[in-house]
Design a protein around this ligand. Structure first.
Ligand SMILES: NC(=O)c1ccc[n+]([C@@H]2O[C@H](COP(=O)([O-])OP(=O)(O)OC[C@H]3O[C@@H](n4cnc5c(N)ncnc54)[C@H](OP(=O)(O)O)[C@@H]3O)[C@@H](O)[C@H]2O)c1
Length: 336
């Protein structure tokens, strides 16, 4: 392990990566952070806010740059979206390190890559907007194998599986971190809102909150701040603690981590925003109407899967922000 740890972060200007940067810098000001940033001007701004940050100007298509920067850093957090060649290039860079501890059977954890639980949605069944009668929460402990073996044509699934296959082949320990709906205002400097801002905007422009069907479809959620803290927690266990704690971290096929605080149905969310904006009854729309509103509308507003973050709980991590209404209304609350 290097004397002064260095973390390579991608997506530092994004909703999730910006929050990770803020959480990491404030809790570990001595950790050096290298951040992949596309624009020089933004890089300068972030550097002025984070003295521990060295911008790496480049794009995810600069594979040789990703490999060499990951190799120098030794630990990587990838929050720049789904991109299999880029993540494989990061993994290649991490192979230059000693990746096993004596007597260890699993490779050392060196990469956190963001994914999402939309891989759990079975889109071969019709979207109804309702909670399926056979639906049950997915545990990242007891359902780990099933989660990583869903058909690879599902959202995120092909990328998750390709990343883990490459990690195993290269003997690099990867943790896939999978939050559901994210509530609250991003802690980063650049992008502070995400999908929940889009629904709010739609509701405002229609003058009515809406759901598909009865809106009993339910997603698990966590706050963006807690997601940032959970990622920093996993990095700490991987990089800053002794071999005993490191050994407790699952990686690769034992390395899929949900981050979850609670569950929220579409109808409860719609009622809350309707009440806040004084819009009256929630309207039920069809799948086709949702698709007209947004090409991805039916999936965003008509599906839901509940998750259980049992792995993080076993490691002793708990979320702090437990009130979704408060997070919805935080700082002006342009989200729902
Ligand atoms: N937001 C959510 O609700 C949510 C929920 C579950 C999982 N996730 C997962 O979290 C990850 C991050 O999502 P996000 O919401 O933070 O996305 P985001 O706000 O759109 O941020 C994307 C980040 O990636 C960077 N990026 C994109 N393409 C790039 C490229 N070709 N080269 C270099 N940088 C590039 C962007 O840089 P620029 O600023 O230069 O564009 C930005 O920093 C994704 O994998 C997503 O699936 C997000």
């Amino acid at each position: 392990m290097p004397a002064s740890p260095c973390v390579f972060l991608t997506g530092a200007t994004g909703f999730v990566g910006g929050t990770v940067l803020a959480c990491l810098s404030s809790s570990h000001p001595n950790i050096k952070i290298k951040a992949l940033i596309r624009q020089e001007a933004v890089a300068k701004e972030l550097q002025s806010l984070h003295p521990n940050l060295t911008p790496i100007i480049g794009d995810l298509s600069s594979l040789a740059l990703l490999t060499s920067t990951a190799s120098d850093a030794g630990f990587v957090i990838h929050a720049a979206g789904e991109n299999i060649p880029a993540v494989c290039a990061l993994i290649d860079g991490l192979t230059s390190h000693d990746n096993t501890e004596s007597e260890a059977t699993l490779p050392l954890p060196r990469l956190i890559s963001l994914t999402g639980p939309r891989s759990l949605i079975n889109l071969s069944k019709p979207i109804t907007g309702n909670l399926a009668t056979d639906s049950r929460p997915w545990s990242d402990v007891t359902d780990a194998d099933k989660i990583l073996n869903v058909p690879e044509d599902r959202i995120h699934a092909g990328a998750d599986q390709a990343i883990l296959t490459h990690s195993v082949a290269q003997c690099v320990g990867t943790m896939l971190v999978s939050p559901g709906q994210l509530w609250g205002r991003g802690k980063g400097h650049v992008k502070k809102e995400s999908n929940s801002a889009l629904y709010y905007k739609m509701v405002k422009s229609r003058g009515r909150a809406f759901v598909i069907g009865e809106g009993t479809a339910t997603w698990s959620w966590t706050s963006i701040g807690d997601l940032g803290q959970a990622i920093v927690f996993l990095m700490e266990q991987a990089l800053l603690r002794g071999s005993e704690q490191r050994a407790q971290l699952g990686v690769n096929h034992e390395g899929y981590y949900f981050v979850r605080t609670g569950d929220l149905s579409m109808i409860d969310r719609a009622r809350a925003v309707s009440e806040r904006l004084g819009l009256g009854e929630v309207e039920s729309v069809s799948v086709d109407e949702a698709k007209k509103m947004h090409p991805f509308g039916a999936v965003m507003w008509g599906c839901g899967e509940r998750t259980r973050a049992d792995k993080l709980a076993q490691l002793g991590w708990m979320p702090n922000d437990t009130d979704w209404r408060e997070l919805m209304q935080e700082a002006g609350g342009e989200r729902a």
